[in-house]
Design a protein around this ligand. Structure first.
Ligand code: NAP
Length: 520
């Protein structure tokens, strides 16, 4: 039985005691244990700050980029092994596993490319000189320098590889050492990635640390200059934001949390646009068994198109083959844990109690393919429906984190916009239509409630990427319920780990001070 370790203080450390059990959600067999009991997190953070930080800050952006490139290659080189672990410990199909693993290597690769553009500088210069007066005798500049602390990365269970990779890429490029903590229940993939990084000596000592299990008191030792980047439930995010040391030292916190993402169909659309809408909704509900922060939870359709959309989605959901994700003919596996299965079924019951009706699914499937009867944490692809956007109740408030979505008819654009906004702030919603005025009204009507909007039209239907694909070049995050955070977005993402300082003084002197930085 594999026992996960933590890599802290430059070495692998085994936690004491029995630890938590990591389970294969298809067979319910225990695949590993994880304990961090007895790990000295205060010392781990100090080591990262004192040893890893200076090493990274001494490196240029290009040199940090070489580390990030090597990390990307290490993950890509172990792709098949990592996908196998994702099947075993995450209930992922091969395609789901690839999505996670390739998401990690791809995002790291994109940040390695950005590092090449930033070149030999070690810090950024923000904007041009500002002269106070007619000459440059009194001037101002802004510089962005790496914080001299550590970046604590806490990730959700659904993307053990991608979550680790995307946060790591940005912090390392900024010049800040990382301590990465995956969710315990699916940590096998992240643990293997950490082993690869250590075996291949990709990062300088102290620049990358890893927590293989419970967080213990890790976050209670964060101080000023440290950063906490959290992905997970809104409830835990709120709790961490309020930690007394985090509040007292103004530790920077970025939260990526829940989201009631919408897919919106316009009144009249071309066949291409309509097909794209159906394809995206089906994918966003069933990929990774709906356990994506970007999954579509609410499907808004004009009332006149409700019946057609319902029929088309029922057909698509019927094509989904639920079962053992190790089998090639299976297209959707179980959810990741027993707790997750219970939460999803409870969530469906909550929406139904408030008036939603079950169109298909709504329970565990009768006989998942290749699975011993009664085993595994399965939930059937589920389509719910409510009678109107205004009466949808908890559909606008409660995220059911599984293969579940709700069909919602709308009667006009103002009602549609108000209803989408009732989600309280989301990561990504998608709008499908070919009428420019409709698109303009909806996009600007809901933009401030979102971090990203995907617009599907007949012009790009053939080439469109599904909304759930988080691109390193675009920001990821969202206001309100989604956590109020922002990650990625190319160089924008670096800001979380950099201190912007205004320099005020004699213009030519300031110019010479900032000359070795990279102007952005
Ligand atoms: P979770 O229960 O909030 O856990 C997230 C992480 O926080 C895990 O690593 C967990 O560690 C850790 N954690 C829990 N309590 C903690 C505490 N008191 N102190 C420090 N760390 C703590 O969320 P989850 O069930 O893994 O993920 C599902 C949720 O994540 C969904 O709501 C989903 O929408 C959201 N999500 C958001 C995004 C996004 O980008 N916005 C992406 C993915 C998922 P342990 O596992 O060791 O308990």
């Amino acid at each position: 039985m594999k026992s996960l370790r933590s890599h802290v203080g430059g070495e692998w450390v085994e936690g004491r005691g029995k630890g938590a059990e990591l389970v294969n959600p298809t067979t319910e067999a225990v695949v590993a244990t994880a304990s961090t009991e007895g790990v000295d997190f205060r010392a781990a953070l100090a080591f990262a700050r004192d040893v890893g930080g200076p090493a990274l800050r001494a490196a240029t952006f290009a040199e940090r980029g070489a580390m990030i490139r090597a990390a990307s290659r290490a993950i890509h080189g172990a792709r098949d092994e990592l996908i196998a672990l994702a099947i075993d410990n995450g209930g992922c199909t091969r395609s789901d596993g690839k999505f996670d693993v390739d998401g990690a290597s791809g995002t790291l690769g994109a940040y390695a490319d950005l590092a090449s553009e930033l070149g030999d500088a070690r810090f950024l210069v923000d904007g041009e000189a500002i002269n106070f007066g007619r000459s440059s005798r009194l001037a101002g500049r802004h510089v962005l320098l790496p914080l001299e602390g550590v970046a604590a990365h806490v990730n959700a269970f659904n993307f053990p590889a991608w979550g680790l990779g995307e946060k790591l890429a940005v912090a390392i490029l900024a010049g800040v050492p990382v301590i990465s903590k995956p969710a315990t229940s699916t940590a096998l993939v992240a643990h293997r990635i950490a082993e690869l990084f250590v075996e291949q000596a990709i990062f300088p000592r102290g620049a990358f640390s890893f927590v293989g299990g419970a967080p213990g008191d890790l976050l209670e030792h964060l101080v000023a200059q440290d950063v906490l980047a959290f992905t997970g439930s809104g409830a835990v995010g709120a709790q961490l934001r309020a930690l007394p040391n985090v509040v007292a030292s103004s530790v920077r916190v970025n939260v990526e949390a829940d989201s009631l993402n919408a897919a919106i169909l316009g009144g009249e659309t071309s066949d291409e646009t309509y097909d794209l809408f159906l394809k995206d909704v089906a994918k966003e509900v069933t990929q990774k068994t709906g356990q994506k922060c970007t999954a579509t939870r609410r499907v808004f359709v004009p009332r006149a198109r409700l019946e057609a959309v319902r029929e088309a989605l029922v057909e698509r959901f019927a094509d989904v083959k639920v079962g053992d994700p190790a089998r090639d003919d299976v297209t959707m596996g179980p959810v990741a844990t027993r707790r997750q299965q219970r939460d999803v079924l409870d969530g469906i019951a909550k929406l139904v109690a408030a008036g939603a009706k079950v169109v298909v699914g709504g329970k565990a499937p009768d006989a998942p393919l290749g699975v011993e009867p009664g085993r595994g944490f399965f939930v059937a692809p589920t389509l719910l429906e409510v009678s109107s956007a205004a009466d949808a109740g908890p559909v606008h408030e409660h995220e059911v984190f599984g293969p579940v979505t709700t069909l919602i008819p709308y009667d006009g654009t103002p009602e549609l916009i108000a209803a989408v906004r009732r989600g309280g702030g989301g990561l990504v919603s998608s709008v499908y239509g070919d009428d420019k005025e409709f698109l303009r009204t909806v996009v600007f009507g809901i933009a401030t409630a979102h971090g990203r909007l995907v617009i599907g039209t007949e012009k790009n239907a053939g080439a469109a990427m599904s909304p759930g694909l988080v691109l390193p070049q675009l920001v990821h995050g969202g206001p309100g319920r989604a956590g109020g955070g922002e990650e990625l977005g190319g160089a924008r993402g670096l800001r979380l780990y950099l201190q912007r300082t205004a320099l005020q003084g004699y213009g030519p002197l300031l110019q010479s001070l900032v000359e070795s930085g990279k102007q952005v």
